[in-house]
Design a protein around this ligand. Structure first.
Ligand code: AGP
Length: 615
C-alpha cells in the first residue's frame, strides 16, 4: 500500500525524506515522489522506484529543511508520472501526499470542476488537495482549518500530509483508516511524519500515532497540536517510547509478513467491497462488469483461468456463479488451457484471476482467449499489472501489497470480489430473489468481524500445530464450497512447511485416499454445519474407525463432530456460499505455525517466487 513520509526541522529534508521513502519500500509501490521547500516549492515525482526519483533530482534542487514524500501503490489511476504523488492544488500553493481511498471523490471532482478547477491526474488525491484549497478560499482560513473542514465532506480512508507555501513553517497531517505516525525530535526542534515508524526510528524513539479522525499541526520548535476533525476540539496525544527495531516495524510487530497479512484480511475484505457492496441501498456497484453486463448476461459459459491459490479462488467462484447465476462455469489451470487448443467462442466470458497480474501462463492464456473472441475480465491485486492491462475490463482486489510468497489475503479478497460479481450478475439476470440478494449483502458485511473472531483463536491453533511438526503428510477434506478450501489448505501447508499434503473432496475418500489412513495419520476436515454436513460426519467416522487423527473446522456450537475429532476449531455461523472466507483462516494459521515451528522460511519458502513470471 502507499507510504507517506515528511520532515520539518533543521536537517537536510531531501536526505531524510528520501531515506524515509527507502524505508517504506517494503510496503510495495509503483511510483515515488517528493516535495521540498527552500525559497519555493519543488515537486519531483516519477513512475518507478525511489532510485529513479533520485535520478531526476539534480543536486541544486535538493535544498530545504521541509519536505514530504510518497511511495504510491495505485488504487485510482494507473501507475505513471502524472498520477504519482505529491499533488498540488490549482494555485500551486498547496501540496499533498495521501495514503488511502476517497470514495466520494467523483462527486467532489464534479463540483470543483463546475467552480473552474482543472485536474491533470486520475487520482482521488488531486481532488482532495483542491477541495482543501476551495475551502481555504471560501473561509479565508489557515491550512489546518481548511483541512479540518474539507475532511468533514470526505468519505473513505486517508493518511495525508499537506503543505501550504503561503505559510511554510508547518505541515498539517490527518488520519482516518490509514496509519500515520509522527516522530518527535528533542525539544520539539524537529518532527518526522510517516506511515509507520521505520523512516524515523533512527532519529527518535518518541512518537505519536494519530487516532482516526484526528489532525495535527507540526511546526519546528513548537509543541505539536492535535485536534479532532469532526469538531476541531483539542486532543492531548499519547507519546509512545518505541522499542521496536526496523524489521519489526515493517512487519508492524508481527514475526512474518505472512502472519501480518493473515491478520490484515478483515481490513482487506472491507477495502475490497468498499464502494461496491452497498447493502443499505441493496445494490452491488462494479464499473468493470457494468460496462460489459450484456456480454455477461448473454454468455454461454464463464471460463475462469488462474494458477495456484488464485485457481482455488476460481473453484470457489464456480460454485457460487453456477448456483446463483445459472451460467455454466469451467475453471482451468492457465498452463493447461493455453496449450490444449481449447474451444473458445465469442459467447464465452473469460475471468482471469491473478494477485500479481504477472503470472506468465495466465497472461498467455488470456491473450489466446482474446484472439479467439472471448471477453476477458481481469481480477488482479496489482493496479496496472500486465494481466489487468491485457484484459478488456476488470476489477481490482484492494488487498494491498502481499509480501509473503504464500497467498493469504489475496485469496479471501479474490473470493470477496468474485462473490460480488456473481451476486450482481444473478440480480441482473433475475436469477436471485430480492430477499436472498439482500441477505447475501448483509451477510457479506458481517464477514470481516467474523474473521476477526477466528483470528482470536490464533494461540489455540498454534498449540494444535505443535502436534504435527514431524508428520510426513496430511490429508485435507472438504465438500461443496469447502472442497477448494481443502485444496488451498493443503497448498499452504506444503509450500511453507514442506510437509506433503493433499486436498480432496471428502466423498472421494473411498476412491483411494482412505488407504492412507492409519493410526495418528492427520486429516484436516472442514465440517461446517451447512451443505452435506451429515455426509462429512460419516467421512469422519470412517477416519476415526481407522484411528486417524482428526482436526475439524466446525461451526460454533457443533457437538457431533466435537465428540469425534481430536481437536476442533470453531468458526461463526455463515452461509455455505460465504463459508470459504472463514474456513480458510484456521488453515492459514495452522500451516503458518507448523512451518514456523519447523524453522522454515515462511515469507520466502525454498524454490518459490512471489510471482511466476516465466513458464
Ligand atoms: C500461493 O500461495 C502461491 N503463492 C502461488 O500458488 C500463487 O497463488 C500462484 O503463483 C498464482 O499467482 P498469481 O495469483 O499472482 O497469478
Amino acid at each position: 500500500m502507499c507510504g507517506i513520509t515528511g520532515y520539518i526541522g533543521d536537517r537536510d529534508a531531501y536526505s531524510v525524506v528520501v531515506k524515509g521513502l527507502q524505508r517504506l519500500e517494503y510496503r510495495g509501490y509503483d511510483s515515488a515522489g517528493i516535495m521540498l521547500f527552500d525559497k519555493d516549492v519543488q515537486v519531483h515525482k516519477t513512475k518507478g522506484k525511489v532510485v529513479d526519483l533520485q535520478a531526476i533530482i539534480s543536486k541544486e534542487n535538493r535544498q530545504g529543511n521541509i519536505g514530504i514524500g510518497h511511495t504510491r501503490w495505485a488504487t485510482h489511476g494507473v501507475p505513471n508520472d502524472v498520477n504519482s504523488h505529491p499533488h498540488t492544488s490549482n494555485s500551486e500553493n498547496l501540496t499533498i501526499v495521501h495514503n488511502g481511498i476517497i470514495e466520494n471523490y467523483d462527486k467532489i471532482k464534479a463540483e470543483l470542476s463546475k467552480r473552474g478547477y482543472v485536474f491533470h491526474s486520475d487520482t482521488d488525491t488531486e481532488v482532495l488537495v483542491n477541495l482543501i484549497e476551495e475551502v481555504q478560499k471560501q473561509k479565508q482560513c489557515k491550512l489546518a482549518k481548511a483541512v479540518q473542514l474539507a475532511l468533514k465532506d470526505v468519505i473513505g480512508a486517508y493518511a495525508i500530509a499537506v503543505f501550504d507555501k503561503q505559510n511554510p513553517a508547518e505541515i498539517v497531517v490527518a488520519k482516518l483508516g490509514s496509519p500515520l505516525a509522527i516522530g518527535i525530535g528533542e525539544n520539539n526542534a524537529e518532527f518526522f511524519i510517516a506511515s509507520d515508524a521505520s523512516p524515523f526510528i533512527e532519529y527518535t524513539k518518541n512518537a505519536i500515532y494519530l487516532e482516526d479522525e484526528e489532525l495535527a499541526i507540526v511546526k519546528a520548535g513548537c509543541e505539536i497540536e492535535v485536534r479532532k476533525v469532526n469538531d476541531d476540539s483539542e486532543v492531548n496525544p499519547l507519546i509512545h517510547a518505541l522499542d521496536m527495531d526496523l524489521s519489526q516495524i515493517e512487519k508492524e510487530g508481527f514475526d512474518h509478513f505472512m502472519l501480518k497479512e493473515i491478520y490484515e484480511q478483515p481490513k482487506a475484505i472491507i477495502d475490497t467491497y468498499r464502494g461496491r457492496l452497498l447493502a443499505n441501498e441493496g445494490i452491488v456497484r462494479m464499473a468493470g462488469i457494468e460496462e460489459y453486463i450484456e456480454k455477461f448476461k448473454s454468455a454461454d459459459r464463464i471460463i475462469i483461468i488462474a494458477c495456484g491459490t488464485s485457481w482455488h479462488a476460481g473453484l470457489v467462484a464456480e460454485y457460487i456463479f453456477e448456483e446463483i447465476t445459472r451460467v455454466p462455469v469451467e475453471v482451468e489451470y492457465a498452463s493447461e488451457f493455453r496449450y490444449r487448443n481449447p474451444i473458445i467462442t465469442e459467447k464465452d466470458v473469460v475471468i482471469a484471476i491473478s494477485q500479481s497480474g504477472e503470472t506468465a501462463d495466465s497472461l498467455a492464456a488470456i491473450k489466446m482467449a482474446k484472439e479467439k473472441g472471448a471477453l476477458v475480465f481481469g481480477v488482479c491485486n496489482v493496479v496496472g499489472s500486465s494481466i489487468s492491462r491485457e484484459s478488456h475490463a476488470g476489477a481490482y482486489t484492494h488487498a494491498g501489497p502481499e509480501i509473503g510468497v504464500a497467498s493469504t489475503k489475496a485469496f479471501t479478497t479474490q473470493i470477496t470480489l468474485l462473490t460480488l460479481m456473481a451476486l450482481k450478475l444473478a440480480k441482473e439476470k433475475g436469477n436471485i430473489s430480492n430477499s436472498n440478494f439482500h441477505a447475501y449483502l448483509q451477510s457479506m458485511e458481517l464477514i470481516p468481524s467474523k474473521v476477526e473472531k477466528i483470528l482470536e483463536q490464533n494461540e489455540k491453533i498454534k498449540a494444535i500445530a505443535a502436534d504435527f511438526l514431524e508428520t510426513p503428510s496430511c490429508l485435507y477434506l472438504g465438500r461443496g464450497y469447502n472442497f477448494p478450501v481443502a485444496l488451498e489448505g493443503a497448498l499452504k501447508l506444503k509450500e511453507i512447511s514442506y510437509i506433503h499434503a493433499e486436498g480432496y473432496p471428502a466423498a472421494e475418500m473411498k476412491h483411494g485416499p482412505i488407504a492412507l489412513i492409519e493410526e495418528n495419520y492427520p486429516v484436516i476436515v472442514v465440517a461446517i454445519s451447512k451443505g452435506h454436513y451429515e455426509k462429512v460426519v460419516s467421512n469422519i467416522q470412517e477416519i476415526k474407525s481407522r484411528k486417524g487423527k482428526i482436526i475439524a473446522v466446525v461451526t460454533e456450537g457443533d457437538v457431533t463432530v466435537k465428540e469425534m475429532a481430536d481437536c476442533v476449531i470453531e468458526i461463526p455461523e455463515v452461509e455455505e456460499a460465504l463459508s470459504p472466507l472463514l474456513t480458510t483462516i484456521p488453515l492459514q494459521l495452522l500451516s503458518y505455525h507448523i512451518a514456523v515451528a519447523r524453522g522454515c522460511n515462511v515469507d520466502q519458502p525454498r524454490n518459490l517466487a512471489k510471482s511466476v513470471t516465466v513458464e
